[in-house]
Design a binder for this molecule. Sequence first.
Ligand code: ZN
Length: 678
Amino acid sequence: MCKSDFSFTNRRSFLKQASAAAIASSLPIHSGLAFAGAASDSAQAVVVNRPPLAPNAFYLLPLGSIRPIGWLRNQLEIQANGLGGHLDETWADVGPNSGWLGGTGESWERGPYFVDGLVPLAYQLDDARLKAKAQKFMDWTLENQSSNGMIGPRSNDDWWPRMVMLKALAQYQEATGDPRVIPVLSRYFAYQLTALPGRPLRDWGKFRWQDNALIAIWLYNRTGDPKLIELVRLLHSQGHDWQAQYANFKFTELVTPESIKLNDGGGLLDPALSTHGVNNGQALKAAPVWSLVTNNDSDRRGLGQMLAALDKYHGLPNGMFSCDEHFAGRNPSQGSELCTVVEMMFSLEQSLAILGDAALSDRLERLAFNALPGTFTDDMWAHQYNQEPNQVEVSLHRKPWTTDGPESNLFGLEPNFGCCTANFHQGWPKFAASLWMASADNGLVAAAYAPCEVRTRVQDTVVQLKEETDYPFRDAVRVTVNPSSTMEFPLRLRIPGWGEGATISVNGQAEASPVAGTFVKIDRKWKPGDVVELKLPMRPRVSRGFNDSVSIDRGPLVFSLPIGEDWVKLRDRGMTADWQVFPSSQWNYAVAVNEQAIGEAIVKEAALGKAPFALKNSPVTMEIEARKLPSWRAVDGVADPVPQSPVSSGEPKERITLVPYAAAKLRITSFPELKATV
Ligand SMILES: [Zn+2]
């Protein structure tokens, strides 16, 4: 950069800062957050929906307000010390030649995907090394906006990858208050509004319009520019009509390549994009986001309708729907793509804030504590593209995938396709950022449980919270409330749908019995050092799946039979490697468990280690009775569909030990039930 450019940049920065300050002064501030280390007050304010948008039930706290502690901090550090904090050093697609750093390399979705997770990881860990990595991408995008307002590499004009970068920029602005962000986003959206009529949304962008709309709304709440609402309406009108798809849901079976015209040429057609797992995971937020514009109850109900259909026709016991990589029915030997896991989590986090529905928290935890860690190696240096609830072998095989390749369930750098390699980063950090939210009535909400500290401002008073817990492995949650001075505000605690018999006490005094599946409101004068204790009874319970199969849960954890694992390295991949895993023990059991007999399961707890989801020293295990079922076999590395329950077996009775789903990289999660008389 020459000297004159430098001074021009400085002048431009100054002008941008001045305009950002003007915007900040007009913010509709819910509670002006002032977290230590924040670059400016405006960056830390909880911003509420500006009329005419409908209000949210809850509002996410700005990135940086929540810091993980305990096992969650360990988990985020595992990610930072694994591929999450080193991907750019070993994978050229997000390396120094990325198009999103001004290079000639990958210029589509991978750079934005990477930073969409790297930014929240870096700021929640307050990690200078990671912040510096993210900063390069932020700076390049912010300093290289075209004169017409377009952002990103000049080599393509696809709306889709920019939608991802918008999410990263919004988080970065919240964490840092960088005054360049809001003006850049304002110019980009102004450009998009004029350009979309002539260059409308297509393929991925058409099916993912709601992610673009989400950030246009984020900006509207900060600037009040009515053109942004016009843009959201235009995106909705050009985007796929997800609510119509689910009002008359036709995709009730496993999708075949022929049924979605996969090989008809010319890229993916609408039937393929409508049934694509990642698109559907992202689309879970479409109706809630749109409901902010319409303030319409039928739009608010859209997510429930969508989840009900996905569960009925494609639901799996790990909380996912099958998508390998299109809908694949309820057979637990089918898989789900990692991108869909993290996108579904993000959709649930955003939708939970909009709707305030406790069932969405339950679902979010089911994904975060099972499907997410279950598809990584313990050190997070390798991941799968597709994971299966009944996963008896991880190897190069054609089955059971209908549209994906033979590498789909390998653990590695980029098995099958590299999207998940770039996109997985958002899973844990955004979950951590969603644990506590602000409520519309100026209080705080425990939206999901995991150990963390919160520093925020409620009604102009600084409030700190410390949540100490080994949940989901234990049933106790202890929250210390520390307002800087005594003050009254509502504090809401979620009682999960499975949490019947939960108890709450404040400073040792029992509160009224809370109702499962609700947010319980404790409205009182809080003084420094008040302690709220929550007990969530974690009795083992049964859920039913494909062919009336049995899956076993305890609290938010799903339990699986771990199969002996023989790890075989397929090849080195830079700083990591690709792995196959072959079974070294038998897995074909039917269980003597049903809704009544589950009470006989024996739960054992052990100390929580550094890697809470590792198989070794698992912090909780469960013993149940079972018999081998020799007729249930695997073909080409894939378990046959779990047989219709109940089944008979003449094999001897055995006690088998189950572990958390995520601990078992080879596993059975859906079991046939033994006939009670056998
Ligand atoms: Zn993917």
